[in-house]
Design a protein around this ligand. Structure first.
Ligand SMILES: N=C(N)NCCCC(=O)O
Ligand SMILES: [Zn+2]
Ligand SMILES: [Zn+2]
Length: 333
């Protein structure tokens, strides 16, 4: 059937829900065009159906498509930041990477190579996982594109700086330790947000601090509030190239039951969205949303959370473009 899309400023936007009911047709993120339907994209949304790195419940391989399905209700204007993101940048859904479920090392290579290929034209990536293992190759690609180690905001119940599981170095509990070892993170500007829950021992925290991570726990968000937390994060990171990795289990299981390693006492989806909105104007170079496992979801609670988190991340990318265009216009360029 013919697609009727919203178009503005030369950007091809979502299928118009006033013309074609939003539940009709195959799902792309927010009913945006596929990458092959646009000339060029500033931001590509790509799925990584991979969960061979999990330590508990499997199923995040279905996460990207679940987020896509749960994103049909997304509307084009984001009032929280007064922006129609899809009018400022061309966003397109690049589909899924074909990763080997039986060979983690090969899967990691594939994600890294695909991320480099997708960004060769200067575009940016928003990746939908997949388990957290994939953050390592995505960070490798992001730091290569940035030409320097990147700052990291890591939203997660977990540290994911553990060493090995069953002798395996590449798992969803270890990507950020590997990333520090590989020198792809700017260790002056890395922080976890939303950390909570039982650890193996105090050494987990000591190791983590030694690697350079700051921690904003889920309790810190509660006691200090979003504004203070955002101020601290902005001070720590400044204008460095910033990668944002969001493990959906940063949210309380009430807000995101569909995930593999849930921990009680998490932040709310409102707090997460507000913290993200607080990052406006920062130098965001890439982002991911991982660990959505639909088999444990109910009523698309986790899918909707993931799709809205993606929307506010897209709004951050779009806001950067809006600011750059305004600056260029203001200087008469
Ligand atoms: N990255 C996520 N979601 N979880 C890591 C949990 C590691 C563990 O089982 O100890
Ligand atoms: Zn986690
Ligand atoms: Zn994680």
């Amino acid at each position: 059937m013919k697609e009727i899309r919203i178009e503005a400023n030369g950007k091809l936007g979502p299928i118009n829900a006033a013309e074609i009911p939003r539940y009709a047709g195959a799902a792309t993120y927010a009913r945006l065009p596929r990458l092959d339907q646009v000339q060029q994209a500033d931001l590509k949304i790509v799925g990584v159906p991979f969960d061979s790195g999990v330590s508990y419940r499997p199923g995040a391989r279905f996460g990207a498509n679940h987020i896509r399905e749960s994103s049909r209700l997304i509307r084009p204007y984001n009032p929280a930041v007064d922006l129609s993101p899809f009018e400022h940048i061309q966003v397109a859904d690049a589909g899924d990477m074909a990763v080997n479920p039986f060979n983690i090392n090969e899967a990691i290579e594939t994600v890294q190579q695909n991320a480099l290929d997708l960004t060769a034209d200067g575009s940016k990536l928003l990746t939908l996982g997949g388990d957290h293992t994939i953050a390592l190759p995505l960070l490798r690609a992001a730091s290569e594109r940035a030409g320097e180690p990147v700052a990291l905001l890591h939203f997660d119940a977990h540290l994911d700086t553990w060493d090995t599981y069953f002798g395996a170095e590449y798992t969803h509990g270890t990507p950020f330790r590997r990333a520090v070892e590989e020198g792809i993170l700017d260790t002056e500007a890395i922080s976890h947000v939303g950390t909570r829950g039982p650890l193996y021992g105090k050494k987990d925290l000591e190791d983590d601090r030694r690697f350079g991570f700051g921690i904003v726990t889920s309790s810190d968000v509660y006691y200090q509030g979003v504004t203070e937390v955002v101020d601290k994060l902005r001070q720590r990171i400044g204008n460095r190239p910033l990668y944002v990795s969001i493990d959906i289990d940063v949210l309380d299981p009430a807000h995101a039951p569909g995930t593999g390693t849930p921990e009680a006492g998490g932040i709310t989806s409102r707090e997460l969205l507000e913290i993200l909105r607080g990052l406006r104007g920062m130098n965001l170079v890439g982002a991911d949303i991982v660990e959505v496992a639909p088999a444990y979801d109910h009523a698309e609670i986790t899918g909707v959370a993931g799709s809205h988190v993606a929307y506010d991340l897209i709004s951050l990318f779009a806001d950067q473009a809006r600011l750059a265009n305004e600056t260029a216009a203001g200087s008469g360029a």
